[in-house]
Design a protein around this ligand. Structure first.
Ligand code: SAM
Ligand code: DTB
Ligand code: SF4
Length: 334
């Protein structure tokens, strides 16, 4: 009797996952788990296609939140220089370069607890100008009010990134300046405004396997699966409380990708931060486990990412092709 049930192998979208089921997936033999993840992946996606997004930090550092993993918090001395919100023209120039480098989505991130209302006109201007280049747009700005969400939706923002980061149980070991429920509230606003949801978390913050299960359980049992699920490996920075944790076993990271793929079969799962510290072989296993999106370019928000040359070499070796936005839209979750 195979440990992964035929029901799971069907790749049906469900929102009633139990902790026991998820723990059984984490405990499954590696080959069974990867086979199941690849089977489900192929039901919904072309297994040789990966979506390429590029990040830009439009407002860096000086953030009032205390997220223990983040070098942009003003509460920790990380040596990062804080900047004010970038000018629209500079953002558009960076988006143009990202498109030339092969990105299909441009993700603009700000080190804020929440945007100020006075920043919304500049932000909506950025969305309109970046879309006009033929790129999908994504923003990650912290918590939003109903009015701010409506303004971003009206400007045509395609995705909003807002991570739950970890399990509800581990959350306050990592962040104390906002609650897990605050995150869920913003996610609900974004979903109700018709913006695609990008929501995931971080592996390698000293959490137990049970927290990884609790994190995926919280995500997959949301009323709708996020269209995009970023799984980040912690980029450790000296000066943050999580500056030097023990790096997770690469195979445990692959496991995390595979379980995310099985639990959210129609979502695009992003092998997100952390590729800089991963071997090509670990990344290849992540793609085999169902990851089908990455950040491209030599920088994430503030930390390093493998550059275009390295990635092009890897994708040539693996036969990976860029995913076309239209095809992805037609396969969007639910
Ligand atoms: N300030 C906004 C917020 O926190 O929602 C938006 C920007 S914040 C940098 C976006 C996400 O990046 C965080 O939720 C976290 O999951 C991820 N992140 C931040 N620092 C990271 C790090 N050092 N390693 C991995 N992921 C990180
Ligand atoms: C996400 O889940 N990962 C991205 C994006 N959403 C905004 C951010 C990763 C940041 C890694 C640390 C840095 O470069 O500053
Ligand atoms: Fe601020 Fe976002 Fe960093 Fe938290 S993750 S400290 S909210 S920039």
């Amino acid at each position: 009797m195979p440990p992964i049930s035929s029901t799971i192998l069907k790749g049906t979208v469900r929102h009633d996952w139990t902790r026991g089921e998820v723990e059984a997936l984490f405990d499954a033999p590696f080959a069974d788990l990867i086979f199941a993840a690849q089977t489900v992946h192929r039901r919904h996606f072309d297994a040789n296609e990966v979506q390429f997004s590029q990040l830009l930090s439009i407002k860096t550092g000086g953030c009032p939140e205390d997220c223990g993993y983040c070098n942009q918090s003003a509460k920790f001395d990380t040596g990062l220089k804080a900047t004010k919100l970038m000018e629209v023209d500079e953002v558009v120039a960076s988006a143009r370069a990202a498109k030339e480098g092969g990105a299909s989505r441009f993700c603009m991130g700000a080190a804020w607890r929440e945007p100020k209302d006075r920043d919304i006109p500049a932000l909506t201007h950025m969305v309109r100008e970046v879309k006009a280049l033929g790129l999908e747009t994504c923003m990650t700005l912290g918590m939003l009010t109903d009015e701010q969400t409506a303004a971003l939706a009206d400007a045509g923002l395609d995705y909003y990134n807002h991570n739950i980061d970890t399990s509800p149980e581990y959350y306050d070991k990592v962040i104390t300046t906002r609650t897990f429920q605050d995150r869920l509230d913003t996610l609900e606003r974004v979903r109700n405004a018709g913006i695609n949801v990008c929501c995931g978390g971080i592996v390698g913050m000293g959490e137990e396997e049970g927290d990884r299960a609790g994190f995926l359980l919280a995500l997959a049992n949301l009323p709708a699966h996020p269209e995009s699920v970023p799984i980040n490996a912690l980029m450790p920075t000296t000066g943050t409380p999580l500056g030097r944790p023990e790096a997770p076993d690469p195979l445990d990271f692959v496991r995390m990708i595979a379980v995310a793929r099985l639990m959210m079969p129609q979502s695009v799962v992003r092998l997100s931060a952390g590729r800089e510290n991963m071997s090509d072989e670990t990344q290849a296993l992540c793609f085999l486990a169902g990851a089908n999106s990455i950040f491209v370019g030599d920088k994430l928000l503030t930390t390093a990412n493998p550059g275009q040359e390295h990635d092009e070499g890897l994708f040539a070796r693996l036969g990976i092709k860029p995913m076309a936005p239209t095809q992805r839209q037609s396969q969007a979750a639910e």
